[in-house]
Design a protein around this ligand. Structure first.
Ligand code: ADP
Length: 380
């Protein structure tokens, strides 16, 4: 069924002329893989970076014709601005490789801020299972408890867990045209790859597809006024993560790591990744840092904690704090009531609030130095 729709979509797109009004976007090789799921169609069209704005009508025309295809309920079309080396595309029928090809100054120019959102920060980890999503949720809630207006964008394509953590489900409604209304949990606006794709299909959302979903979640969601939008990045430091980091106008990134050596090596990779895309690293958080005995309240450094603190000082990035390994953190997360909301006055909530305050401070510092260096962050 979805193959039939896909073929019909591609046929329909042959009606759309290329950017220079020659040929059509399909035969010119400008259309990425077309992804179809549950009546929703998503793809991107590659256009020269400098003409992206002027070619918005082309994007709209493509979206319009695709919506006319039988079985299509919604279409999500993004323009991908890609500059191949030497200005020529050598892989016409496939999306261009996701490896970054732009110089940092070009990236800055191609990443306009999102109106209404003051700062966007990423939470990243070198590998999965270190507690990145748990930290994202509690950090966002702690920032809100500290008085900030906060949103969470769950960009973890491999295992979007933010809906579960915030106990929200369902599909975001559209408010007008393409613009979606974010869901809300504990006063925090939430969007997730999990709302956009069926649970069994996330692996398909690679390359340009992920980027178009990310762009939509960033720019076509009624976020309203936010002090901070926290992005839960997919774990790892591969091309997919790098491309995503490159697409979002990030004020900075927070790296979550466990004390074990291996995780620390991975955290280092995370640092390097953000350096490559010119995003300041706001600091490292050590998660599952020490065991807090639930019965006696005493602390046991069973993993030789402190590795992240040492590593942070070696690398010259701020150390943001230590979060204990605590059954309560896991239980409350699994129940969709993260510890910062279920035990707001407890010790652990206090730890998250301290970290949240440090992160907010680092964001301000990074933003003001970026403003001095180059107008990289746009305030609307
Ligand atoms: P990631 O996003 O890095 O894959 P998760 O946030 O999903 O990791 O966490 C992995 C598992 O570890 C989850 O079951 C979560 O509840 C648990 N967890 C995370 N942080 C802690 C912690 N500090 N103490 C106890 N369990 C934790």
């Amino acid at each position: 069924m979805s193959d039939t729709i896909k073929n019909a979509v591609i046929e329909k797109l042959r009606q759309i002329k290329g950017p220079n009004l020659e040929g059509n976007i399909v035969s010119l090789g400008l259309v990425s893989d077309v992804f179809v799921s549950d009546g929703r169609v998503a793809f991107s069209i590659t256009v020269p970076a400098e003409r992206a704005q002027e070619l918005e009508p082309l994007r709209q025309a493509a979206e319009k014709v695709v919506k006319e295809v039988d079985g299509v309920e919604n279409a999500m079309v993004a323009l991908t601005a890609e500059r191949a080396p030497g200005g020529a595309r050598n892989t016409p029928s496939r999306p261009a490789p996701s490896r970054p090809q732009r110089a940092p100054e070009e990236q800055a120019a191609s990443k306009p801020g999102v109106p209404g959102i003051k700062h966007i920060i990423a939470v990243a980890s070198g590998k999965g299972g270190v507690g990145k999503s748990t930290t994202t949720a509690n950090l966002a809630l702690a920032m809100a408890a500290n008085g900030l207006k906060v949103g969470v964008l769950d960009a973890d394509i491999y295992g979007p867990s933010v809906p579960r953590l915030f106990n929200v489900s369902g599909r975001p409604e559209s408010v007008s045209g393409r613009v979606l209304k974010p869901l809300e949990g504990y006063g925090i606006k939430v969007m997730s790859m999990g709302f956009m794709v069926e649970e069994e299909t996330p692996m398909i959302w690679r390359g340009p597809m992920v980027i178009s979903a990310l762009t939509q979640m960033l720019r076509e969601v009624a976020w309203g006024d936010l002090d901070v939008l926290v992005v839960d990045m997919p774990p790892g430091t591969g091309d997919a993560q790098l491309t995503m980091a490159q697409q979002v106008p990030l004020a900075g990134a927070v790296i979550v790591s466990t004390p074990q050596d291996l995780a620390l090596i991975d955290a280092r990779k995370g640092l390097n990744m953000f350096k490559r895309v010119d995003v300041p690293v706001l600091g490292i958080i050590e998660n599952m840092s020490y065991f807090l005995c639930p019965d006696c309240g005493s602390r046991h450094d069973i993993f030789g904690h402190g590795g992240a603190r040492d590593e942070a000082s070696r690398l010259g990035v701020p150390f943001l704090g230590e979060i204990p390994l605590l059954m309560k953190i896991r239980e409350t997360s699994d129940a969709g009531t993260p510890i910062v909301v279920s035990d707001p006055e407890g010790t652990v909530a206090g730890i998250y609030k301290d970290i949240a305050a440090k992160v907010a401070g680092e964001v301000e510092t990074a933003a003001s130095s970026a403003e001095r260096a180059a107008p990289q962050i746009v305030f609307d």
